[in-house]
Write a protein that binds this ligand. Sequence first.
Ligand SMILES: NC(=O)c1ccc[n+]([C@@H]2O[C@H](COP(=O)([O-])OP(=O)(O)OC[C@H]3O[C@@H](n4cnc5c(N)ncnc54)[C@H](O)[C@@H]3O)[C@@H](O)[C@H]2O)c1
Length: 335
Amino acid sequence: MQFGLGTMNALCSGHPLAHEVAFVHPAEAESNGKKRRPTCRRQRWDQPAHLLGGDELKGYPCKANIRSHSSGSRRLRDYTERVRLDGKVALITGAASGIGRAVTHLFRQEGASVIAADLDQAGAAAALGNGPGRAVRLDVAAEADWDSLAQTIDQLDILVASAGISAAQPIVETSLADWRRILSVNLDGVFLGLRYAIPAMRKNSKGSIVLVASASGIRAAPGAGAYSASKAAVRMLVRTAALECRPHGIRVNSVSPAGVVTPIWKTMPFWQELVQQKGSEAAAWDALGGADPALPSIQRMAFPEEIANAILFLASEESAHMTGADLVIDGGYTA
Ligand SMILES: NC(=O)c1ccc[n+]([C@@H]2O[C@H](COP(=O)([O-])OP(=O)(O)OC[C@H]3O[C@@H](n4cnc5c(N)ncnc54)[C@H](O)[C@@H]3O)[C@@H](O)[C@H]2O)c1
């Protein structure tokens, strides 16, 4: 049986999806007697990640409030003098797409040298662009890959484990192989990340690890058995890892987003059916919770950049006293 729209609706029902789009920075304030042009954090990129080569919003009448007034190097440090990850080396898994790609862009902007890792090495390289660091092919579920990568890393300050896959199948329709496939990427992949990143960070007695869990690890939905189980396990693993890493000065936290506008949705069996039924991809996104940037933030799905902002906070010294925590970023879905 294919995963149907009814089940998909159950997955999304009651989801008050939404997030702030504009991110208007308070530095609209006067500067040197001249009023600065209104701007937003995203402006510091040429375009937000979800519009950079991604087709998440394809067909959507995107009025993106993406205003790129500033140019050149000034764009990078227009009014944020702090570069929060200067001198840090960050390993990001799942860097080629969605949340991982947005994190890669944001970390580059914040001064980090990024090891952009993904099964899709070319995609990771594209996300990294000309930034400092390198793109590597990594299957997070393969210990041999982690082993080889670890041998090439001298310094590691941050791990963001974003690589993941989703599924939508009732339990009785889930083969053991399907179950293991989800768990191997979403849970084994995170376990291996911890297993290899922690020793690298212990060398410097500091580090910050951010795992990408999910609101599906908190709130159940039909068809999300394997996925929810994997994410609930990650939320618990974070806490154990935090306690084990505490004596070594390494913090471990997670984020739990609900619906985020990324290509992961298009891997779901119901996506094509939904597009066909609704008539367009834009309408399909609407049915999932909305992807119109003009909507108030908590009345639509999140954009990857909105999750990346929370990950940056957890990765940086701004959250220095936080460990073992899960930041729920879900527009109220689990409230
Ligand atoms: N998009 C959402 O609605 C949503 C909500 C909550 C949590 N999440 C979680 O966020 C994380 C990122 O998802 P996304 O939405 O950005 O999806 P995405 O599909 O856009 O990106 C996932 C990336 O992971 C990579 N990947 C998959 N398997 C891999 C493997 N074995 N080894 C290395 N890389 C692999 C893919 O190539 C891809 O680049 C996932 O862990 C996902 O479960 C997503």
